[in-house]
Design a protein around this ligand. Structure first.
Ligand code: 5GP
Length: 126
C-alpha cells in the first residue's frame, strides 16, 4: 500500500519544461523520460533526469508508475552515464525527497553528477 505523497503540482518548473513553456538544454530523451542540464550546475556534468509522467517524488514514482516507465527511466540514466563518458571514472546519483531531503522541485528527478572527484556525500557535521 503506497504511503500518500503530496498532490502533484502541475505548475512546477519541470512540468513547465516538459510542456515546452520554459526552455531547458536537452541532453537526451526517451518514450517516458527526459534529461536536461541543471541550470545551476554543482559539478562539471550535472544532468537532471525526469519522467514525463506526473510524479511528485521517488516514492510516488515507484508506487504508481508502470514497469515500462520505471525501466525506461533507469535505462535512460544508464545511457546518459555512458554518453557523458562517466564510466569508468564514476558519478553520483542523487534524488532529494521531501523537506528533510531538501527537494525543491516537486516533480520526481535524479541528479546525475560527475566529471571530477565529488568527495563525501555530505559534510560530516551530522
Ligand atoms: P532539488 O533540490 O529539487 O532536488 O533540485 C532541483 C534542481 O532543479 C536544482 O539543482 C536547480 O538548480 C534545478 N532547477 C531549478 N529550476 C530550473 C530550471 O528552470 N531549469 C533547469 N534546467 N534546472 C532548474
Amino acid at each position: 500500500m503506497p504511503t500518500p505523497t503530496p498532490a502533484y503540482d502541475p505548475n512546477n518548473v519541470f512540468a513547465k519544461i516538459l510542456r515546452g513553456e520554459i526552455p531547458a538544454e536537452r541532453v537526451c530523451d526517451s518514450k517516458h523520460s527526459f534529461a536536461f542540464y541543471d541550470i545551476s550546475p554543482l559539478a562539471p556534468i550535472h544532468v537532471l533526469v525526469i519522467p514525463r509522467g506526473a510524479y511528485t517524488d521517488l516514492h510516488d514514482f515507484l508506487s504508481r508508475a508502470s514497469d515500462e516507465e520505471i525501466l525506461d527511466f533507469w535505462k535512460l540514466v544508464d545511457k546518459i552515464s555512458a554518453e557523458q563518458s562517466l564510466i569508468p571514472s564514476g558519478f553520483r546519483l542523487v534524488s532529494n525527497l521531501g523537506p528533510d531531503g531538501g527537494q525543491e522541485v516537486p516533480h520526481f528527478h535524479v541528479h546525475l553528477l560527475g566529471g571530477r572527484p565529488l568527495g563525501p556525500v555530505l559534510p560530516s557535521n551530522r
